[in-house]
Design a protein around this ligand. Structure first.
Ligand SMILES: [Fe+2]
Ligand SMILES: [Fe+2]
Length: 297
């Protein structure tokens, strides 16, 4: 075995051991029957899309908390969409590989994690009692295209985009005492299990980029920059604004032009963008597309 394959197996063995120790069953881990606290936030206010905008300043505390609930529910429902794509990409990754390897065993473990997460997110949406927010029809179709045509480096870049942005937000959420205990529980489970997924994807992507042919590198730069645009704009469905009685066009415009929001999005992706830049994914004509995702500061 060459050294990069030995490293790959070592990482997978470590991740399998960590999974055996720290994995959760959300169905039993969380208290699904406990009612929500009346005046707790569902998401940190600073991470709500309208925070600090003129509209926000005119909203009552109740309406702000209500918006935080709908945005948390949007992230959960969109999370199911992301994970459905990731599970397919990961399963496809194993197709040509040795099924007895630790690397494949870990991929299957990760898929099992994502199955539990998606069930947890869907159940959380039901508990919050909001509509099921979905990506736009265009992004839903783009997701289908991306998951169908991505080769391995694109698959892991897309995985990291979805995982690291949400991870950054969730790391601010689970320790925050202003937040509903239930939401803190959901985000804590997710942060613990996703840390392993991020490690697995980063290491695999770095290896893939070292050996990928030129055409694949160019293709991955463009397809993943497009994935970044789709992911960033899908996180919060515009329908959340209608749900709390706001004018949708005005709210979308204020979120889009909010300097605070821009800063939050760029910060959420900062560590990942540095990594993708380092391994050569943000170069040439793709740079403008990356910029337009709002994730590249
Ligand atoms: Fe997940
Ligand atoms: Fe994950």
């Amino acid at each position: 075995m060459d050294t990069s394959l030995i490293d790959r197996e070592k990482t997978a063995e470590r991740l399998l051991a960590a999974s055996a120790k720290h994995s959760f069953d959300p169905d039993t881990e969380l208290d699904w029957d406990k009612p929500f606290d009346e005046d707790a936030w569902y998401w940190p206010p600073e991470l709500v899309s309208l925070y600090d905008t003129p509209l926000w300043k005119g909203m009552s505390q109740e309406q702000r908390i209500e918006l935080s609930k709908h945005e948390a529910a949007s992230l959960c429902a969109i999370g199911v969409w992301f994970e459905t794509i990731l599970m397919q990409l990961l399963l496809r990754h194993t197709y040509d590989l040795e099924p007895t390897s630790a690397h494949v065993r870990y991929a299957l473990t990760e898929i099992a994690d994502e199955c539990r997460h998606s069930k947890m997110f869907a159940r959380a949406v039901t508990k919050m009692g909001t509509p099921t927010y979905r990506p736009s029809r265009l992004d839903h179709q783009l997701g289908r295209v991306i998951k169908t045509i991505s080769t391995t480096p694109g698959a892991f870049t897309g995985t990291l985009l979805a995982e690291e942005i949400l991870d950054w937000m969730q790391r601010l959420t689970f320790p925050d005492e202003r937040i509903q205990p239930f939401v803190r529980g959901v985000t804590r489970i997710h942060v613990v299990e996703e840390a392993r997924h991020i490690r697995y994807a980063r290491e695999e992507l770095r290896r893939q980029m070292e050996t990928a042919p030129r055409w694949e590198v160019e293709f991955t730069r463009l397809s993943s920059a497009q994935a970044a645009r789709t992911i960033a704009r899908s996180l919060i469905s515009p329908k959340v604004y209608a749900s709390v009685g706001l004018d949708v066009a005005r709210a979308v415009e204020q979120a889009r032009t909010s300097p605070h929001r821009r800063d939050v999005m760029a910060q959420s992706a900062k560590r990942l963008m540095d990594f993708l830049d380092e391994i050569g994914l943000i170069k040439g004509p793709s740079r403008r597309l990356w910029k337009s995702s709002g994730l590249l500061g």
